[in-house]
Design a protein around this ligand. Structure first.
Ligand SMILES: Nc1nc2c(c(=O)[nH]1)N[C@H]1C(S)=C(S)[C@@H](COP(=O)(O)O)O[C@H]1N2
Ligand SMILES: [Mo]
Length: 317
């Protein structure tokens, strides 16, 4: 996303954040069901994590994971797009610590027989998996992130979608008190995204509640965000508050802002350029001079290409 407009940021809003310099530790599956426990820093002198951030101590490893090496924690949490907190890559790490993540509910509603509101405490106690997924931004950079989460289809099945549920709309939080960006009309807030129902039901589509074995930091979309690994990153809405099953294709925030640049499908595709730049290659954060070829569907083609059989992906970009 390269729309840049000045943000009015008061000096009083600039809050230094702890420097995240912890060693990666991958939690291994220990028992069924995830148990949250506050763990101390133990003897790990390198680590300076947020002492209040919950750790997921019982997380299964997913067969869907890539074998690529995860991007370092400091980059995953320091180079972000979260426009509610500002348009610079460094803004979310500076300001998203203010996000209020409790109380938090996710209402699942619309074309379904059993609409329900899920409390965040319930969602983070579900059987959780760690899935190492590539995240590819439309701006042609990428990262590899160990997400902790569960399949979205589990939640959708629980509310029993009707036959009219053809699409799913995701509505994210607007907190005027904590998000200086929503006072600026960069996008039509709230940030809304959408998927076709079969995309939403696909086992690769997850709701993430953590990264690197601990609760999501604000800048990565606390307390719960979508992750759709074969699409450009902007499809993966952060800080989700509402999921609506709908009959019509939702109008997404980025489509409203610039329909010729950001389509509804936004599948990662090296053959379909963004109007202002090529999508053929990508830069793996934090590398700077070397670029790698982008793979169609971000490398998840074996699993998802069938969703688009017969579709002209240049037309449905
Ligand atoms: N609510 C909200 N969700 C959002 C965004 C945003 O600005 N607001 N940015 C998107 C974009 S453009 C990308 S690339 C990813 C980045 O996710 P990450 O910062 O966890 O890597 O989040 C997406 N989700
Ligand atoms: Mo992005």
């Amino acid at each position: 996303m390269l729309i840049k407009r000045p943000l009015d940021v008061l000096p009083s809003e600039i809050t230094p954040q702890p420097v995240y310099n912890r060693r990666r530790e991958f939690m291994k599956a220990a028992a069924a069901g995830a148990i949250l426990a506050a763990t101390g820093c133990s003897d790990d002198t390198e680590s300076a994590p947020d002492a209040t951030r919950e750790k997921f101590t019982s997380v299964a490893t997913s067969r869907f994971s890539t074998v690529e090496k995860p991007t370092e924690y400091k980059h995953v949490t320091g180079y972000n797009n979260y426009y509610e907190f500002g348009t610079e890559k460094s803004d979310p790490a500076l300001y998203a610590g203010h996000l209020k993540t409790r109380p938090w509910t996710v209402s699942v509603e619309g074309e379904c027989l059993k609409p329900r509101t899920f409390g965040i405490e319930e969602l983070i106690k579900r059987p959780l998996e760690e899935r190492v997924y590539r995240l590819r931004c439309v701006e042609a950079w990428s990262m590899v992130i160990p997400w902790v989460g569960f399949e979205l289809n589990a939640l959708l099945k629980e509310v029993e979608p009707t036959g009219n549920a053809k699409f799913v709309e995701f509505v994210t939080a607007v907190q005027p008190d904590t998000m200086q960006g929503v006072h600026v009309p960069v996008l039509d807030w709230p940030y809304v995204e959408g998927l076709r129902i079969d995309e939403a039901m696909h086992p690769l589509t997850i709701l993430a509640v953590g990264i690197f074995g601990e609760a999501l930091p604000g800048q990565n979309g606390a307390p719960v965000r979508l992750v759709v690994p074969w699409k450009y990153g902007f499809k993966s809405g952060k800080s989700i508050v509402k999921i609506r099953l709908v009959a019509q294709q939702p109008r997404t925030a980025w489509e409203k802002a610039s329909p010729t640049e950001y389509g509804f499908y936004s599948n990662v595709n090296p053959n379909v350029d963004h109007p202002r730049w090529s999508q053929e290659t990508e830069r793996r954060i934090p590398e700077f001079f070397s670029r790698r070829p982008t793979v169609i569907f971000n490398g998840y083609g074996d699993q998802v290409a069938g969703l688009y059989a017969g579709m002209d992906l240049k037309k449905y970009f």
